[in-house]
Design a protein around this ligand. Structure first.
Ligand code: PLP
Length: 383
């Protein structure tokens, strides 16, 4: 098996699985319990919070654990709109955000709870800071632009956008979805200028169902899950201790190995690009070498992306069409549409994304499998 779909999810790193299992079977206490077993679980959660804070360059008490990136995005959007209802209900977002942002905005606007403006990127998938500024209004309360796009890997000019937004209106909160950025590029929140930042565990060798929202001290959000008051009243519910512990471990490993790991991914990306470019009528989408090192989006004219994904899966190579979330729905990717990618290219596009296990040998084998599958499908489809 060659698994090149790490932007969808990753295999859990064995060292991470080990601490998760220990937290499940040994340190299984409730962090709210006053006796030793509870205090021990509380200590593990505190350590994980410190690991996440170290990766983000923030204070541990600015980190709120959630059930993943989707919940962190929801908390940022809904929590801001509710906290700032006196100022207004307008949100500016990029048109290429993940569904966790876009569907939330759509849903809230249908309920009359928000208005929003989407900013389209250029043909490389980059959102211009000036375009974000132009979309702001006096009643804007939140601007949200992701750090790395999950379908094409574009790194957005987040710090520049944050600076312009704050210059125009310091009261507006700036949020960035950094789910695909953590462990791949620096996510130090002070440098990015983010008030709010979403991250998730399962994209970097951690468990699924755990993530966090960074919320800068002084930023007021309304909690979306109320109950026992965990996470300093921001997110009630007994902490997912095993998940949080695994997340903390995965984040600290990713931080430790980031320079080495990203150099390796860049090498895999360059090699794969060179091999795939030999296939006729192939177009690389976005600007891969200026992108995050782990994501590559390529379109093969005359082939249907989903057919190619199935053909490759039958050979043991796993990639995806667009994002994993949209690939099960029969819709053209909103990201490729917003980038105005030629429909013939986007229809035949696949996303290839690397993770902690991948090797150069796998890249070479994958390129052979892709070349063969594209050639056969084109013959079959009389391209
Ligand atoms: C950019 C981005 N944001 C948010 C999410 C959602 O994260 P989670 O799966 O942890 O809910 C994903 C996952 O695909 C993502 O790629």
């Amino acid at each position: 098996m060659i698994y090149f779909d790490n932007a969808a999810t990753t295999r859990v790193i064995p060292e991470v699985a080990e601490v998760v299992q220990k937290a499940m079977t040994e340190t299984f206490g409730n962090p709210s319990s006053p006796y030793k077993l509870g205090l021990e679980a509380e200590r593990l959660v505190r350590q994980a919070r410190e690991s996440v804070a170290a990766a983000l360059g923030c204070r541990p008490d600015e980190v709120y654990f959630t059930s993943g990136g989707t919940e962190a995005d929801n908390l940022a959007v809904r929590g801001t709109l509710q906290a700032k209802s006196r100022k207004g209900k307008h949100v500016v977002a990029s048109a290429i955000e993940h569904a966790a942002i876009l569907e939330t905005l759509k849903h809230l606007s249908q309920l009359g709870l928000c208005e929003y403006t989407l900013v389209t990127p250029d043909s490389k998938g980059r959102v211009a800071p000036e375009a974000v500024l132009d979309a702001m209004r006096d009643d804007t309360v939140l601007v949200t632009v992701m750090a790395v796009n999950n379908e094409v890997g574009t790194i957005q000019p987040v710090s520049e956008i944050a600076r312009l937004v704050k210059e125009r209106d310091p009261e507006v909160y700036f949020h960035s979805d950094a789910v695909q950025a953590l462990g791949k590029i620096s996510c130090r929140v002070r440098e990015l200028g983010a008030d709010l930042l979403s991250i998730s565990g399962h994209k970097l060798g951690g468990p699924k169902g755990v993530g966090a929202l960074y919320c800068r001290e002084g930023v007021r959000l309304i909690s979306q899950i109320t109950g026992g008051g965990q996470e300093r009243e921001m997110r009630s519910g007994t902490e997912n201790v095993p998940g949080i512990v695994g997340f903390g471990k995965a984040v600290s490993l990713a931080l430790e190995q980031m320079a080495e790991q990203t150099a390796e991914w860049r090498q895999l990306q360059e090699q794969l690009l060179a091999l795939l470019r030999e296939i006729p009528d192939t177009q690389v989408i976005g600007d891969p070498l200026a992108n995050a090192p782990h994501i590559l989006s390529v379109g093969f004219r005359g082939v249907r992306g989903e057919v190619l994904v199935h053909a490759l899966a039958a050979e043991g190579l796993f990639v995806s069409t667009g994002s994993a979330c949209s690939s099960k729905r029969d819709v053209t990717s909103h990201v490729l549409k917003a980038m105005e990618v030629d429909p013939q290219v986007s229809e035949g596009s696949v996303r290839i994304s690397f993770g902690w296990e991948n090797t150069l040998q796998e890249v070479e084998r994958a390129a052979e499998l892709i070349e063969k599958a594209v050639r056969e499908l084109r013959r079959f489809q009389r391209y």
